[in-house]
Design a protein around this ligand. Structure first.
Ligand code: SF4
Length: 326
């Protein structure tokens, strides 16, 4: 374990059995996450990018213990969290919290904002009643809300305010890592920037480590130090965010990033349109999973699976032609 890494994920897999027939026999597997490895350093933001169905949200659920992996390891500060018993797992959960995509459905409509924010403190038996109330007051202030908001119900807030309540709940126990799963995709564009700025401010103030999952490349660019790009359950490119934005190497990353509007109207940018649909994760293509849509595909791509390898630019890329495309 590298001392700087707060989280290390090794060869993580999640296969869902597909059952068919009257006797429900397992005939195949849906490979939602298929051998994902990454590490996250303390205080940094790892952005996980990919189209819907690429497995990024399943990775979040596996990290949070909401789903059990088929195989692989998840180490938090050197301890494999998959080997923890129930009591140890409850203790560990204080260290890793999550902000969900939909700020409305993730809040109990029958509970006040104050109760919702306090809930993790109740569950983990933290503080007296007075201390918990003082903490709610502090958390509301930290996320840009007022103390009188504590007595209001979720339907009385705007989408942006509801996401602030979600964030307050996520940081209530002073976690080290916060997993943000598409935290602004359900919000209006004008509100998105406010919530992103709030996440950035809290990271600086509290030294938080983020795993930021999104399909929105502009949002990820603003927040992330490093990136992992996923396609059909696998990471196809990973590395420093600035390097990938300035020089994407994997053909899938090139196509994704070509869709970002240029920063200046004078800048000319060619948009790469990928042919065909994303194949089913129940029957992914052999060899390179991207070969059915890749403009550079060759015979070897259909026969042999490319491994994630370091390139001269520092990025790791899973492509047989990575050196030529770098
Ligand atoms: Fe394209 Fe082949 Fe590289 Fe896959 S391995 S991304 S098919 S060039």
């Amino acid at each position: 374990m590298n001392n700087e890494n707060v989280l290390e994920v090794e060869n993580l897999k999640k296969y869902y059995p597909i059952e068919t027939g009257i006797i429900k026999s397992k005939t195949s597997y849906l490979k939602a996450v298929d051998g994902v490895s990454f590490a996250v350093k303390k205080g940094e933001t790892l952005g996980i990018i990919g189209e819907s169905g690429c497995g990024k949200s399943t990775v979040a659920k596996l990290l949070m213990g909401l789903e059990k992996p088929t195989s692989g390891s998840i180490k938090f500060k050197g301890t494999d969290i998959l080997s923890l018993d129930k009591t140890q797992m409850k203790k560990f959960r204080k260290s890793m919290q999550m902000v969900f995509q939909d700020p409305y459905s993730s809040l109990d409509p029958k509970k006040t904002a104050g109760y919702i924010i306090q809930e993790p403190l109740f569950i983990h038996n933290v503080g007296t009643k007075a201390q918990r109330e003082a903490r709610v007051k502090e958390l509301l202030k930290m996320v840009g809300l007022d103390y009188y908001h504590a007595n209001r119900y979720p339907h009385e807030f705007s989408g942006g305010q509801r996401q602030r309540i979600n964030i307050a709940r996520a940081i209530a126990l002073n976690p080290e890592i916060v997993i943000c799963d598409e935290p602004v995709s359900a919000l209006d564009v004008s509100i998105q920037a406010q919530v992103i700025n709030l996440l950035k401010k809290l990271q600086q103030e509290l030294g938080l480590t983020y795993i930021f999952i999104s399909h929105d490349l502009s949002v990820v660019k603003y927040l992330s130090d490093r990136l992992a790009i996923m396609y059909l359950g696998e990471i196809v490119e990973t590395g420093d965010s600035k390097s990938i934005y300035s020089n994407p190497i994997h053909p899938y990353t090139k196509a994704l990033f070509s869709a970002i509007p240029p920063e200046s109207p004078l800048e000319e940018k060619e948009k790469i349109i990928l042919e065909g649909d994303v194949p089913s994760p129940m029957a992914p293509p052999a060899g390179c999973k991207f070969h059915t849509r890749c403009p550079y595909t060759q015979q070897i791509c259909q026969e042999s699976k490319p491994l994630l390898r370091a390139t001269k630019n520092g990025q790791k890329v899973a492509c047989h032609l990575s050196e030529q495309l770098a």
